[in-house]
Design a protein around this ligand. Structure first.
Ligand code: URA
Length: 203
């Protein structure tokens, strides 16, 4: 167990190396041409809570860090509102390279990168996976056999779905994407309410 525990950083580093060298991806050329970075994920390798966003935006690709821009500020505020330090959770995306012009990731890009996320989940073994946005929601709900319960994010946000991961039972919680609060500030209160669920689950 300890050996496996100590292995996490190395296994995550392997993923990083593979993504950095992921020339098969159509987004790789964009990355090189724009002199930006892939965004693998960051946080506690033993986190109980993993956040899964969609794909890096401009600031994320420039810094190589997930949720480092405006949407990240909202995420930081939401975490602060429930007293969970960002360094205690793990934050990543389904797609690890920035799609051009901030467009949504394409289904084939999600399919191409999803294996990295699958491995991150297996390594970190979070008890709770928070889905930020509809693409990560669709991918993870389908991955865990919950596709029959997929509806819109406005219906699903803040609900807890139980699923079986290879390492035990987990909770999956879809939430509004933090960027939504930038366009619709009224959603902030709803998001704060949803985040309180995470604090309750920590107890
Ligand atoms: N939006 C995402 O989905 N992920 C990020 O890392 C930043 C913005």
């Amino acid at each position: 167990m300890e050996a496996q525990k100590d292995n996490r950083t190395e296994l995550l580093r392997q993923i990083k190396d593979e993504v950095v060298d992921f020339k098969e991806s159509p987004l790789y050329g964009e990355r090189v041409a724009n002199k930006v970075h892939p965004v693998i994920g960051e946080g506690n390798h033993y986190a109980e809570i993993m956040f899964v966003g969609e794909a890096p935006g401009k600031t994320e690709a420039e810094t190589g860090r997930p949720f480092a821009g405006q949407a990240g500020k909202v995420l930081d505020e939401l975490l602060a509102s429930i007293g969970i330090p960002r360094k205690d959770v793990y934050i990543t995306n389904v797609v690890k390279d920035r799609p051009p012009m901030n467009r949504d990731p394409l289904p084939q890009e999600i399919a191409l990168y999803a294996g990295f996320l699958d491995r991150q989940i297996e390594i970190i073994q979070p008890k709770v996976i928070v889905l930020l946005g509809r693409h990560s929601m669709k991918y993870i709900m389908e991955k865990f056999g919950l596709e029959a319960q997929l509806t819109s994010i406005s219906r699903m946000h803040g609900q807890i779905f139980l699923a079986n991961a290879s390492y035990g039972e987990i909770k999956i919680v879809p939430m509004f994407h933090p960027a939504a609060a930038l366009y619709n500030p009224d959603l902030k209160a709803e998001m704060q309410k949803d985040f309180k669920i995470l604090r309750e689950m920590e107890k």
